[in-house]
Design a protein. Structure first.
Lengths: 320, 269
């Protein structure tokens, strides 16, 4: 088995945080999001991280921080912009073809946080049967943004239907960025990817259309799809909790922190009030009131109040 | 370089036209001769000496801003205001150097003729200057942020009037199906901001939507020395009744419904 992490997106909704950084490299509770994912993959499984040319240097830097006992390899798409990208399924298919992959594939989405154990997930798999991790988000309205999963009420582990971003969802059980694709279904995946290179969820519809059984691994642990400002902050609140999480190289002087606050390496916060904020590395914040803010690297903020803002790297805002 | 040369040419021509207006007034008043009763040399000498001071007053009115249209009444009033100051300076300087000026009517005629001459020249020069600045590559390549009807109208207006700020690219925070607006390419979302600023050598950025990104657009502009412009409609101000004011020294944007009252004269709250 090999793990394949999809990390080739350009994350335009999270601009400016993703201006020079891929979404899986965003810090979450003091570590890149993808590191949380890697830690959950059993050590014996080699990991392929598929990214694009624009974000490749960032992943190279991250790769140097991965423990030596992990087998992680970067795979680079040639695309440099959102318009050129080959699509997630396209990237997977290309890798399978080029490297003649004949293994089961643990397919993961690099911008998801999974609260459950991947060991449990893999142990729930039946030989040769695709397995899809699903989570009940409890709100059919919100489910229309995801792939929804219909299961047989008599056999809740058996998927009977899959709809990608339905307008009127029949369920609030949604597919997450975690699935297992046995090697037997790879030829079908390649054929489907040729016509639908950007439709990862569509492969499950295709499998069901071809009467290939797909199993459901429903879990109740937290799952977060970090695709927007609000979901990123939500993930931050969940993982950090009601604490201030300071990097050992960060300083916090005469300041008050409320809710979940994370302060990155080399950042200095003085005489300020922070509530539910993520401060990236090497920022200088003095006499500020920041609420629900995400401050990118090397920002200098002095004497200002901000609510619900993502501030791009290198921003200097000082009240004169 | 082009904008500086245009402004320099404008200032120099104005500097020449001010005494030229006075000379014209002299000949209109005295006749097309050099009168010995009304000596021309000291008259034109004083006008030429006062011209730089008059020009300084005119510069202070902001009339030489390249993006400002010249047709409006405020510009005419600015010329008249500077003309009156110049006229007074002329009379005063003439008095100190040569004694009382010989003709009060000539002073009035000099004021009117110099103002008319300069007004006409400013209207002509605007067309010349805009032609020079707007031709490809434009002197002020401008990035528009936001694909909205408001931004479409602005792009059309800037192109139609050959404004020195020429839109060369458009980005939209949430992406847009449009490929171009009024012939200006829509390049994608804001993730292309840095590339666009660099590739097009952007000098001005006009934000027409995506209010949540104001700080970040400002930050990008500050980092690159780009002039940031915000359409009031981004803040929901669409009725053209806004103005910039000051509250105890703090600059504020004021929106007040237009009323025929003292306020229209700048009096009251």
């Amino acid at each position: 088995m090999q793990a394949f992490i999809l990390a080739g997106g350009f994350a335009t909704r999270l601009w400016p945080l993703t201006e020079k950084r891929a979404k899986p490299l965003l810090p979450l509770a003091g570590r890149p999001l993808i590191s949380h994912l890697i830690e959950k993959i059993p050590e014996h499984i080699p990991v392929i991280v598929s990214t694009n040319a624009a974000f490749f240097p960032g992943f190279q830097e991250w790769e140097s921080t991965v423990p030596l006992n992990r087998h992680v390899r970067l795979l680079v798409e040639t695309s440099r912009s959102d318009a050129q990208k080959m699509g997630a399924l396209g990237a997977l298919a290309e890798w399978i073809t080029q490297e003649n992959v004949q293994d089961d594939i643990l397919l993961l989405t690099g911008d998801n946080y999974l609260g459950f154990s991947l060991t449990h997930f893999l142990s729930a798999a039946r030989q040769g049967v695709p397995l899809l991790a699903s989570h009940d988000i409890g709100d059919r309205g919100k489910a229309s943004s995801f792939g929804t999963v219909l299961v047989d009420p008599a056999h809740p582990t058996s998927i009977t239907g899959f709809e990608e971003k339905p307008k009127e969802p029949k369920t609030s059980l949604v597919s997450t960025g975690c699935s297992l694709l046995p090697k037997d279904v790879l030829p079908l995946l390649l054929a489907f990817a040729a016509d639908h290179p950007d439709n990862v969820g569509g492969i499950f519809e295709e499998l069901l259309r071809k009467h290939i059984p797909v199993d459901c691994f429903a879990f109740e642990q937290p799952w977060l799809d970090i695709g927007s400002f609000s979901s990123y902050l939500e993930a931050h609140r969940l993982l950090v909790g009601p604490h201030a999480l300071l990097d050992p190289d960060a300083t916090l002087d005469t300041s008050a922190c409320h809710g979940s606050v994370a302060i990155g390496a080399g950042s200095k916060v003085r005489g300020s009030e922070l509530a539910d904020c993520i401060v990236f590395d090497h920022c200088d914040i003095e006499n500020c009131v920041l609420r629900n803010c995400i401050i990118d690297d090397h920002c200098v903020l002095r004497g200002i109040d901000l609510d619900d803002q993502m501030i791009r790297t290198g921003t200097v805002l000082t009240r004169s | 370089m082009r904008p500086r040369l245009v402004v320099l040419a404008w200032l120099l021509t104005d500097l020449l036209l001010f005494p030229a207006g006075y000379a014209l007034a002299y000949f209109v008043r005295v006749g097309w001769i050099f009168s010995t009763d009304f000596p021309f040399a000291p008259y034109i000498g004083v006008a030429a000496a006062v011209a730089p001071l008059w020009l300084a007053v005119l510069v202070s009115t902001g009339i030489f801003r390249l993006t400002k249209p010249q047709q409006g009444l405020p510009n005419l009033l600015a010329l008249l205001y500077a003309g009156i100051v110049g006229n007074a300076l002329f009379a005063l300087t003439y008095y100190f150097l040569n004694g009382l000026f010989f003709s009060r009517l000539l002073l009035v005629e000099a004021l009117l003729l110099s103002t008319i001459l300069l007004r006409a020249w400013h209207l002509i020069f605007e067309r010349i200057g805009r032609g020079i600045l707007a031709r490809n590559p434009p002197a002020f390549p401008t990035l528009i942020v936001g694909v909205t009807r408001e931004s479409g109208r602005l792009v059309a207006l800037l192109r139609h009037t050959k404004n020195p700020l020429q839109p060369v690219a458009i980005l939209d925070g949430k992406g847009s199906p449009e490929k171009e607006v009024e012939g200006v390419p829509v390049l994608g979302k804001l993730d292309k901001l840095e590339d666009t600023l660099r590739a097009y050598g952007i000098t001005h950025l006009v934000q027409c939507s995506d209010i949540e990104q104001s700080l970040n657009l400002l930050s990008a502009c500050r980092a690159r020395g780009i002039t940031y412009v915000l359409l009031p409609s981004v803040l929901g101000i669409v009725e053209r009744d806004e103005r910039t004011d000051s509250l105890e020294g703090c600059v504020v944007t004021v929106v007040a419904p237009p009323k025929k009252s003292w306020r229209s004269l700048g009096i009251g709250i």
